[in-house]
Design a protein around this ligand. Structure first.
Ligand code: G16
Length: 538
């Protein structure tokens, strides 16, 4: 076996002088330098599966919102969660081993340390997004899997959340927690059926335009539509930016990250005033909504808005079902959440808010501690998770009136509609549509729940972003020394000012966020903080 591991690593040697890190969402960098990392991730997936007695582990090849020339890989735990942090560290060490012999040695060291029986079965599922480099990188992964003698399934092209779904289904098959059928058809049928039930007799208003970011989400949505009720009875959707034949167009002038960062619609959008639109990202794990009003003004309905909409709806359903005393809902955000959104959740919805570092894994973890945890990053990543006790409470609850029963039925359907393995743009999209239909709202009514503080997100390129170290859920910089004081001074100069800077975990840049009472103040604050970062990072 030692030889087979070294042999797999030898086929894809590590480039000299590069340091890899398992970041916010796995390894991400230019696709041309990822071959060795992919093979080693195959080996780590094998070890992780064996450590968990042959449970299925997921390997997703994607760089999500990043540009077309990038790629990446992330590993998925048996219930569809992100890889455990301890194993992120192991993956990083493995990715940076210099020689095939070092790789093989480390593989056996980890096996010994975790008492992993290397002759026991290992099972792995693999999928990828539509990037041009995906096929080559898949071969690198499978070389690792073959070297480690793994039973693997290759699902071809999937959205990231579909891969998470497959992993959870495979590991829960035949158990009381069975999550669904581990096929694409199974995925579409499950979510389409839940959408139909959750909608009940309600109908979404008007029409929805979905921007697929020229990524895997476009064709997968086209497939999902075939399983949804016909548009006269359900949702009238048109898909734009679904050109996966031209992978160089992925996330270019389209997609959730473009819309969120630039605060404008993709130039290709032809939607008219009041038309609901949304954008997915390259692997369909995030979504933002938006529209133009009667005066042609663009309005963004981002992850914060989805969280407030969904939390308020679930709160209503829990109350109307007669469960208010037994189920508590909480919201988890990151520092990027607009101050007005946090305020609205605390003051109007009267719900608890937790703030974590950026990265779905942190939010998911915090949400797991709640009965019902609604977690969304402002950039559109998120979902809702229900604790096992809460699910049991809901299941056993006896409604005392037809109104309670109706609310309970919708609540149960929503639980099925929400991809609890991970944030899923397609499932989130259907959930938002259900909520809007029940509230009889269009985007304008959704927007009028509160006023966002004007905000600006900037990217600053520095020599080495690792020198920027943060604390307090990334809201304050501890290094380089003295820089936080300079930022504080700028923040104090504007009304309702807030700003922070943090190194990205997916791109070679430092991100700067600023918000303030007016657009001019927010833009000015962002520029000033970016200047501070730039000079500290020279
Ligand atoms: C990934 C993570 C998200 C994170 C985003 C940006 O998203 O899954 O949790 O918000 O990167 O992270 P950073 O600011 O560290 O670059 P995606 O859509 O690229 O997978």
């Amino acid at each position: 076996m030692a030889d087979a591991i070294a042999e797999a690593a030898r086929r894809h040697p590590a480039p000299e002088g590069l340091v890899y890190t398992y970041g916010t969402a796995g390894f991400r960098t230019k696709a041309e330098v990822l071959d060795s990392v992919m093979t080693r991730c195959g080996l780590i997936a094998a070890l992780r599966s064996r450590a968990l007695k042959g449970k299925w582990i997921g390997v997703m090849i994607t760089a999500s919102h990043n540009p077309p020339q990038d790629n990446g890989v992330k590993l998925v735990e048996p219930l569809g969660n992100m890889l455990q942090e301890e194993w992120e560290v192991i993956s990083t060490v493995m990715a940076n081993k210099a020689t095939p012999e070092d790789v093989s040695k480390y593989y056996h060291e980890i096996a010994a340390q975790y008492k992993i029986d290397l002759s026991s079965p290992a099972r792995v599922v693999v999928a990828r997004d539509t990037r041009a480099s995906g096929a080559r990188l898949l071969n690198c992964v499978t070389d690792g899997l073959k070297g480690a003698d793994v039973e693997y399934k290759d699902y071809g092209f999937l959205t990231t959340p579909q891969l998470h779904y497959m992993v959870r289904c495979l590991n829960t098959e035949g158990t009381p927690e069975s999550y669904g059928i581990a096929t694409e058809k199974g995925y579409y049928e499950k979510f389409a059926q839940a959408f139909k039930t959750a909608l009940g007799s309600k109908r979404p208003q008007g029409h929805l335009t979905v921007d697929g970011a020229n990524g895997v989400g476009g064709p997968k949505l086209t497939e999902l539509i075939k399983y949804l009720p016909p548009k006269e009875e359900g949702l009238d959707i048109s898909v734009i930016n679904d050109n996966v034949i031209k992978p160089e167009s992925l996330n270019v002038d389209c997609g959730a990250d473009f819309v969120k960062t630039n605060q404008r619609a993709p130039p290709s959008s032809k939607a008219g005033p009041g038309d609901r639109c949304c954008s997915l990202d390259g692997d369909a794990d995030r979504i933002v909504f938006y529209f133009r009003d009667a005066n042609n003004m663009f309005h963004l309905l981002d992850g914060d808005r989805i969280a407030t909409l969904v939390a308020s709806f679930l709160g209503d359903l829990v109350r109307q079902s007669g469960l208010a005393e037994s189920i508590k809902i909480g919201v988890v955000q990151t520092a990027y959440a607009n101050g007005a959104a946090t305020n609205y959740v605390e003051k109007n919805l009267k719900l608890k808010v937790d703030c974590t570092a950026t990265g779905v894994k942190y939010l998911h973890h915090a949400a797991e501690k709640l009965d019902v945890g609604v977690y969304f990053e402002a950039n559109g990543h998120g979902t809702v998770i229900f604790s096992a006790d809460t699910l049991e409470t809901i299941e056993k609850h006896e409604p005392r009136s037809p109104a309670q029963k109706e609310a309970l039925d919708v609540l149960s359907a929503c639980i099925n509609l929400i991809n609890q393995a991970v944030g899923d743009a397609l499932s989130d999209m259907l959930l938002v549509e259900v909520v809007l239909a029940h509230k009889n709202w269009g985007p304008q009514e959704w927007l009028s729940t509160y006023d966002d503080l004007p905000n600006r997100l900037l990217k600053v390129i520095v020599a080495d972003r690792r020198i920027f170290e943060t604390t307090d859920a990334e809201r304050r910089l501890v290094k380089p020394e003295g820089i936080q004081k300079e930022i504080d001074q700028e923040v104090q100069k504007v009304r309702q000012g807030r700003s922070f800077a943090r190194a990205s975990g997916t791109e070679d840049a430092v991100r700067v966020y600023a918000e303030a009472a007016t657009r001019a103040e927010a833009d000015d604050l962002a520029r000033k903080v970016a200047d501070i970062v730039k000079s500290a990072g020279k």
